[in-house]
Design a protein around this ligand. Structure first.
Ligand code: KG4
Ligand code: ZN
Length: 330
């Protein structure tokens, strides 16, 4: 079995995965969303302190499996340095005390393998990764061979939901809140421009859309008009435009290089409109669609454990002294 730890942002999570069967023996996650909600976003130092409290509590429940462990896996990049450090320190301590090797896992590979928890990996596939930190189209041939073919030049898809929610004082994380509010509104009430409409490139940008939403909010506030219905209308119109932007670029990609298999992963892949529209696109191209199960869309240690099994089988361990955290992708 492998014990895996995830602490790259605001979720403290530990999982135990069986190497030969991929069975998820144990999985627990303590989310800090409520703690950060008042600030409208994740406060790194607060997040690190909460991980330091939560991770040992979860670990206490895993003690019965210690004897059966073959390795300790931990997310070491990308993420917030101060929160990654909490997980890495725990992994190092466990490695020393239990005399086990360490497997350093890339968080984004974790999201990609969230489709294959307790399952054999089906590759190659093209992946849309949409999270709070990333918006990327990735061609995945194997765990080692992945190529980013398009990404955002500024905000990410999930982050734009967080920022819209913050501007409307709706709380954090913005994705589910904006989605829910938007379901009560009209998505044609505001005509926000679809980003990079004229650009032939496969690339994303959400900062212009965020500014358009900000201007609409300011205008409504100036006229003292920002009631619950108006907020719902802004959320619906924003969500429609953000999803249209993604779909417009995906259509370009599918036209150029129709994939056989397409997956949507990451916390923001829980978005119902995005999931539905991607499913429709795949149908048109007779492409197999893989959706990460909702409970594994957001950050979790089960997906880290799933990648760790592959790395374990490939003898891909990281020496204790070389294990470091990286806030950016490597
Ligand atoms: O993958 P994740 O848990 O953390 C990162 O690695 O960033 O993703 C969290 C992000 C947040 O920005 C959150 O607002 C967004 O995913 N999100 C959504 C939805 N649910 C979560 N965005 C849009 N629609 C949703 N339903
Ligand atoms: Zn994530």
């Amino acid at each position: 079995m492998i014990l895996s730890i995830e602490s790259s942002c605001d979720d403290s999570s530990i999982a135990i995965t069986k190497i030969d069967t991929l069975e998820l023996i144990y999985h627990k996650k303590i989310s800090q969303e409520i703690d950060h909600s008042v600030y409208g976003g994740v406060v790194p130092e607060l997040a690190a302190r909460l991980h330091a409290e939560a991770l040992p509590k979860i670990l206490e429940e895993c003690k019965e499996y210690f004897k059966e462990l073959k390795a300790i896996a931990v997310t070491n990049a990308p993420g917030l340095s101060v929160t990654l450090t909490e997980g890495v320190m725990m992994a190092k301590a466990l490695s020393v005390s239990l005399k086990l090797p360490i497997i350093a896992v890339n968080h984004l590979k974790g999201h990609i393998y969230s489709c294959f928890i307790e399952k054999k990996a089906l590759l190659p596939m093209t992946v849309l990764l949409v999270s709070g930190g990333h918006t990327q189209i990735i061609e995945v041939k194997s765990l080692e061979e992945m190529q980013i073919v398009g990404q955002t030049s500024d905000d990410s898809f999930g982050e734009s939901f967080d920022k819209v929610a913050k501007m409307l004082h709706l709380g954090y994380p913005g994705g589910p809140i904006v989605q829910e509010s938007g379901q009560k509104g009209s998505d044609t009430a505001y005509d926000f421009p679809i980003p990079l409409r004229q650009s032939p490139n496969i690339e994303f940008s959400f900062s212009g859309l965020k500014n358009a939403v900000r201007m609409a909010i300011l205008e409504e506030e100036k006229q003292n008009n920002l009631d619950e219905q108006k907020i719902a209308n802004i959320c619906a119109s924003f969500e429609k435009t953000a999803v249209a932007h993604i779909l417009m670029k995906l259509k370009k990609y599918f036209k150029m290089k129709p994939p056989q298999r397409f997956a949507i992963v990451g916390g923001a892949s829980a978005n119902i409109r995005l999931r539905g529209e991607c499913e429709n696109l795949c149908k048109q191209y007779d492409c197999e669609v893989i959706l990460a199960p909702l409970q594994y869309c957001s950050d979790n240690a089960a997906m880290i454990g799933r990648v760790a099994v592959e790395q374990y089988l490939n003898d891909d361990f990281t020496h204790f002294d070389l294990l470091d955290v990286h806030s950016r992708i490597h």
